[in-house]
Design a protein around this ligand. Structure first.
Ligand code: PLP
Length: 283
């Protein structure tokens, strides 16, 4: 298959798949999701993504009708049906199917949906630019819910200005980007927003922090503001599908790009970590 869809156990050509109108994901965005690349048919950081999905679901009081091992089995079944080993795998779990009413339906069973499409990994030696934008999202950004409208609006604005991302801030305090985390290097240290309700606990962010540990780079998890962002030595944008992108322009003005050695070390660490973890499975 070239692009595959899955809904509650049924597989099919992605563009031919449909979901019921009464899936609460359709009219409330009442669910959680995950996305990660695959390489050589190996799902990258599957345990971390599955764990975070269970954690997001639990914060929304959605009880998955399966355990982690079963889910990993279904995700792998999906990947194996593809023609290509290099893909993006997306999955979501909604609260269930019911007529529209705000309270949880009494007997709804969560719906599992997956999509997988071929993916060309980004060239991490190409540097990117970003805009800055007020973060108008709600106060539950630590939960990976389907409700992404402010992020979509911010991303669109970035793309219309020829930029890769929008760095979001709350009255000057940098939170994250529309679909990525953002961290900075300053005076040899990594500074990254703390894991609170204002940001998603990014898995690529965790790999970046791991890379700092391996390279003797101290990490400060603390709030930082737009002034620190603009005067950073490096601005590092991370996400599972984009790994680590070096941002060298903010709002049309040159920024970052001043700690080549640490940037290269971290970029190489996260990329090589991915390559190692997704070597062809034996047999
Ligand atoms: N922050 C937001 C708002 C996101 O949507 C994403 C990814 O979708 C991330 C951060 C990066 O998370 P991860 O590194 O787990 O892909």
């Amino acid at each position: 298959m070239q692009a595959l869809g899955y809904y509650n156990g049924s597989f099919g050509e992605l563009d031919e798949m449909t979901v019921p109108m009464t899936d609460r994901a359709v009219y409330y965005g009442d669910g959680v999701y995950e996305a990660t690349p695959t390489r050589n048919f190996v799902i990258y950081a599957i345990d971390q993504h599955v764990e975070r999905m269970f954690s997001s679901a639990s914060m929304l009081r959605i009880a998955p009708p399966f355990d982690r091992e079963w889910l990993k089995g279904e995700l792998n079944r999906m990947v194996k049906q593809m023609d290509t080993g290099d893909n993006v795998l997306y999955w979501q779990l909604s609260r269930g199917t019911a007529r529209r009413a705000h309270p949880f339906p009494a007997d709804a069973k969560p719906n599992l949906m997956m999509m997988i499409t071929p993916y060309k990994f980004p060239d991490l030696t190409e540097y990117v630019s970003a805009i800055t934008e007020e973060d108008t999202r709600f106060l539950h950004c630590n939960i990976k819910t389907l409700n992404l409208i402010p992020s979509i609006m911010a991303m669109q604005k970035a793309r219309e200005q020829g930029c890769y991302e929008a760095v979001l801030h709350r009255s000057g305090r940098v939170t994250e980007c529309s679909k990525s985390n953002v961290s900075i290097l300053k005076d040899g240290k990594l500074i990254t927003a703390p894991l609170d309700n204002l940001i998603l606990p990014g898995i690529a962010r965790s790999h970046l922090i791991e890379g700092c540990g391996k390279n003797g780079i101290p990490v400060e998890e603390r709030p930082y503001d737009l002034n620190e962002l603009r005067s950073a030595d490096e601005i590092l944008i991370t996400s599972s599908t984009s790994f680590l992108r070096r941002c060298v322009k903010l709002d049309g003005v040159s920024a970052g790009g001043r700690d080549e050695a640490r940037f290269q070390a971290l970029k190489n660490y996260v990329w090589e970590r991915f390559v190692r973890a997704t070597e062809k499975a034996n047999g």
